[in-house]
Design a protein around this ligand. Structure first.
Ligand code: GLN
Length: 536
């Protein structure tokens, strides 16, 4: 087994996850089985307890593990589903070590920080073994030079000592262009390499992230100061789509250089599907205007985009494959309440997942507008629950219908909590206790959902506590509401839709988590197609 470590330098947010996902794709297309592993320095055991405003979306895998957006990038680029072996937070590693100590698994040894490093190495081996991988690609979270990720770098150093020819290190660093100077500066990048050297790591390849391509002068300068041949400095300028990143690396023969260092020979080379997909991005000209009505506006659009990254990517995948150019607009649910006319500019509207009571009424007004005006509506999890509330209130006339998440005393609890979930809340047992991961669902024949999937049996990923209340099913269905998907035992409602509407679908699951560039999600495809037919 071979090991590639990926670290970042100078600043956070330079696209380490995308770079790692791109390397994974290139290795796969060269014929290798890759297992990516994200190692995160934080002490949360998983990402489930983190606020999406600060840390971005919580990405859920089939096995129910709650991870961060990088796992989403890996899955989207590799077009493979990953699992709990592909993520390790420092918190989960400490937890294992402390549990082993309590279980006397260290045979009375003095347990210290070296055991943590050993556990990190164990996780790396595990990530490879579980996927039968040729290459384990370890992305080290954080930035070189900070103490929080030191143990991951130490594990890298130790593994390199043991398996010299099987371990390489790719460092992604940043060259700023200060406006007053107007040219690339390489000093911070040189310093980040020094930071790695200081902990015993010599990078084999450097990806030079910058606004623009690196020029020969700086390439040589960075090469000399890093002790590398200039051909191992790869230019990684900003591009207009993340999906073009692998192609930029490909032009510079990155994968051949990696394979050369690892003494591997490629068995095939096929990026054709990916190139065809990327070509569609530029060829898609017909604009489709989609509004996402959400609440995470606290610190500006950037944060919102991070909190809903899978939704955005799913819209893009579906649109491009239909020759449509998506124009995505953020709509503050709070503002809709004040001025509903802002909804008029959209051909389709999404209410994505969410928690708590903030801006709920604005979302309900949005859903009413879509229902009454035949505007394509797609409700994801909370967006499905609130569509049920809206229908009960405004069609059945149950004025105070609600989800018990917001109004536990409502006379019409159309969305409610199951006793097992309620118990967890009462015990304050919050970590990894929602209804999580992949659940089977059976779709109703003749429903729009069933015709879009083209099959009855599906499996989708969940992350929620509340459920549709079956007590209200018959009343709702009498008025044009349809439960179009349930768990195979019929007990839990998974999909709802409206009859007599071009596209009004709500899913209790998160379809966006399964959309891939090379396999766009059928419901998103149906949604953007319906939206493209709306005349503004
Ligand atoms: N807050 C809702 C629940 O817990 C919906 C969650 C979500 O949208 N992911 O059931």
């Amino acid at each position: 087994m071979k090991y590639i470590f990926v670290s970042g330098g100078v600043i956070s947010g330079i696209g380490k996850g995308i770079a790692t996902a791109s390397i994974a794709l290139l290795l796969k297309s060269a014929g290798f089985k890759v297992s990516p592993l994200k190692m995160d320095p934080y002490l949360n055991v998983d990402a489930g307890t983190m606020n999406p405003i600060e840390h971005g979306e919580v990405f859920v895998l089939d096995d129910g593990i709650e991870t961060d957006q990088d796992l989403g990038h890996y899955e989207r680029f590799l077009n493979e589903s990953l699992d709990k072996n592909n993520i390790a937070t420092q918190g989960s590693i400490y937890l294992t070590v402390l549990q082993k100590e309590r279980n006397l698994e260290y045979d009375g040894e003095f347990v210290d920080i070296n055991h943590v490093t050993e556990e990190i190495i164990e996780r790396i081996h595990q990530a490879g073994k579980m996927r039968n991988a040729d290459v384990v690609l370890v992305e080290i979270g954080g930035t070189a030079g900070e103490y929080q990720n030191m143990l991951f770098l130490e594990a890298n150093r130790l593994l390199k000592l043991k398996k010299h020819d099987d371990v390489i290190h790719v460092h992604i660093t940043y060259l700023p262009v200060p406006p007053s100077i107007g040219e690339l500066k390489s000093k911070p990048a040189q310093m980040s390499v020094r930071d790695l050297n200081a902990v015993g790591i010599q990078p084999d390849i450097i990806l030079a992230r910058a606004e623009k391509p690196i020029d020969e002068f700086r390439r040589k300068k960075l090469a000399v100061s890093s002790g590398l041949d200039p051909e191992y400095i790869i230019s990684a300028p900003d591009v207009d789509s993340i999906y073009k990143v692998p192609l930029g690396y490909e032009e510079q023969n990155l994968v051949q250089k990696i394979l050369g260092k690892l003494k591997l020979k490629k068995s095939q080379k096929d990026l054709k599907d990916w190139k065809d997909f990327v070509a569609k991005i530029d060829n898609s000209k017909k604009v489709v205007k989609i509004g996402i009505v959400g609440k995470y506006f606290a610190t500006g659009d950037y944060t919102l985009a991070d909190a809903y990254v899978s939704v955005i990517e799913a819209i893009k995948h579906a649109s491009w494959t239909q020759g449509l150019k998506p124009e995505i607009h953020w709509v503050d649910a709070g503002k809709v309440l004040k001025d509903g006319s802002i909804l008029k500019g959209f051909q389709g509207i999404i209410v994505p997942g969410g928690f708590g009571s903030r801006d709920i009424e604005g979302k309900i007004v949005t859903i009413k507008y879509c229902r009454e005006n035949q505007i394509p509506y797609f409700g994801l999890c909370y967006g499905m629950q609130l569509a049920t509330v809206e229908f009960a209130r405004n069609v059945l006339g149950y004025k105070d219908a609600n989800t018990t998440e917001i109004d536990p005393k409502t006379a019409y609890p159309v969305i409610h909590i199951m006793p097992d979930q309620e118990k967890k809340l009462l015990e304050r047992n919050y970590g990894a206790t929602m209804r999580l991961g992949a659940w089977d669902c059976v779709l109703k024949e003749g429903s729009i959902a069933c015709s879009l999937y083209g099959k009855k049996d599906i499996s989708e990923r969940h992350r929620h506590r509340y459920e549709f209340n079956n007590k209200f099913k018959d009343e709702l269905e009498k008025k044009g509401f349809m439960v179009s998907g349930t768990t195979p035992d019929g007990k839990l409602v998974e999909v709802i839709e409206l009859k007599n509407h071009p596209f009004f679908i709500g899913t209790q699951f998160h379809p966006e988590l399964k959309s891939r560039p090379l396999a766009p999600h059928p419901l998103f495809v149906g949604f953007v197609k319906a939206a493209s037919k709306v005349k503004l």
